[in-house]
Design a protein around this ligand. Structure first.
Ligand SMILES: *Cc1c(COP(=O)(O)O)cnc(C)c1O
Length: 380
């Protein structure tokens, strides 16, 4: 292939692209974290983040990746030997399972095949079969399979039975509707490098009053992620000062846009991507595809791992492949965070060219056309 200018496009479900204004905000002089100036910034950033979570509950900002917030949820809410239910149909359901195991929590794992979702009825059945279980753990978006969970109705079932609900919204937040307080979700966790359009390094977690009552009783050993330390001081340890500047700015930008509009732009990009996949005679991997990303089955005879590295090394387009047993069999394209309709067009066009390179029969532009028609219909 003749040499072309190389430009990189990060179209994976985290880290996602960061707009220049936010990058520059992070370049401001680092101030001391025990000053009134910083405390004010931290407080404002927290309030804006609560808006994104649609909650008035206590919300903590952690210097860690999203998994740190997952760990905080388990190690503070529960006690050793406590029975909980984990919904698991992908790598991140498995992460809840692993964290519960690490803290000796008795997790009853309700497994489904990768790519499948959980209905509220399934959750109800699991709770009926395990009446001692106190808490249900799930994802809003299972990023490893591109599947969305019906959290609103799962919450109705869980809360109806007087149990607690913990939602990993690390990739789902901002891309899927989520109303923490209105739906009665007890704990929600998220991270900076997905829908927030920020670099990696911050995680967030909010706890309902009911959840905080349970925190009082938890007997699990913890230190860095001890909720009580964060209740005394929102920055018990040195926080990622510059990331907090960026968090505050991202929160303002997103609030100004309006959370419903943010959900809507993710929905439109995802519909365009799904429409393109159909036009290219490709198959979606998930039985309930969500809006943060689209997982696609790699056509027979093509190695998905090679497809992903070809897109990266030849075109500069970074998408994600499959994890674990899905490796080589699926690809995952994000439409998450700071992405416009033309980022989605790049993903589809790159995919068309790469698939053709590997011998897949398609007509150039058919996926792009389908996406453009969605944008036209949606008037964006
Ligand atoms: C990315 C992601 C995680 C892991 O977050 P880290 O920031 O890598 O620790 C957990 N759950 C879901 C659903 C994710 O998308």
């Amino acid at each position: 292939m003749a040499k072309m200018i190389r430009k990189n496009y990060i179209l994976a479900p985290g880290p996602t692209p960061v707009p220049t204004d936010l990058l520059l905000e992070g370049a401001k002089e680092t101030i001391h974290h025990r000053t009134p100036q910083f405390k004010k910034i931290m407080q404002e950033a927290t309030e804006l983040t609560k808006y994104i979570f649609q909650t008035k509950n206590e919300l903590f900002m952690l210097t860690s990746s999203g998994s740190g917030a997952m760990e905080m949820a388990v190690s503070n809410l529960l006690s050793t030997g406590e029975k909980v239910i984990v919904l698991s149909a992908g790598k991140f359901g498995e992460r809840w399972e692993a964290i519960c195991k690490a803290f000796k929590v008795d997790a009853v794992v309700i497994k489904r095949e990768y790519g499948q979702t959980f209905t509220p009825e399934m959750v109800e059945k699991a709770l009926d079969e395990n009446p001692e279980a106190t808490t249900v753990f799930t994802q809003l978006s299972e990023t490893s399979t591109g599947t969305v969970m019906d959290i609103e109705n799962i919450a109705k079932v869980v809360k109806g039975k007087g149990k607690l609900l913990v939602v990993d919204a690390i990739s789902g937040l901002l891309a899927e509707p989520l109303k923490t307080d209105e739906w009665g979700i007890d704990v929600v966790v998220a991270g900076s490098q997905k829908g927030f359009m920020l670099p990696p390094g911050l995680a967030y977690v909010c706890f309902s009053e009911e959840a905080l009552k349970k925190v009082e009783k938890s007997d699990i050993t913890k230190f860095y992620f001890d909720v009580k330390a964060y209740q005394k001081n929102p920055a018990p340890w040195t926080p990622a000062v510059n990331l907090i500047y960026q968090q505050k700015m991202a929160g303002s930008m997103l609030k100004e846009e309006g959370i419903e509009n943010v959900w809507e732009r993710h929905r439109i990009l995802a519909e365009a991507m799904r429409s393109a996949i159909k036009a290219l005679n490709l198959e979606l991997f998930s039985d309930k595809p969500g809006n943060p990303l689209t997982a696609v089955k790699v056509p027979a005879g093509i190695d998905g791992t090679k497809l992903v590295s070809f897109l990266r090394d030849e075109y500069g387009i970074v998408i994600a492949g499959g994890q674990g047993t899905m490796k080589g069999n699926i690809i995952r394209v994000a439409h998450l965070g700071y992405m416009s309709k033309f980022d989605t067009i790049i993903a589809i066009s790159g995919l068309e060219m790469a698939l053709k390179h590997f011998g897949y029969g398609l007509e150039y532009g058919s996926g792009v056309k389908a996406a453009e028609e969605v944008f036209e219909r949606e008037n964006v």
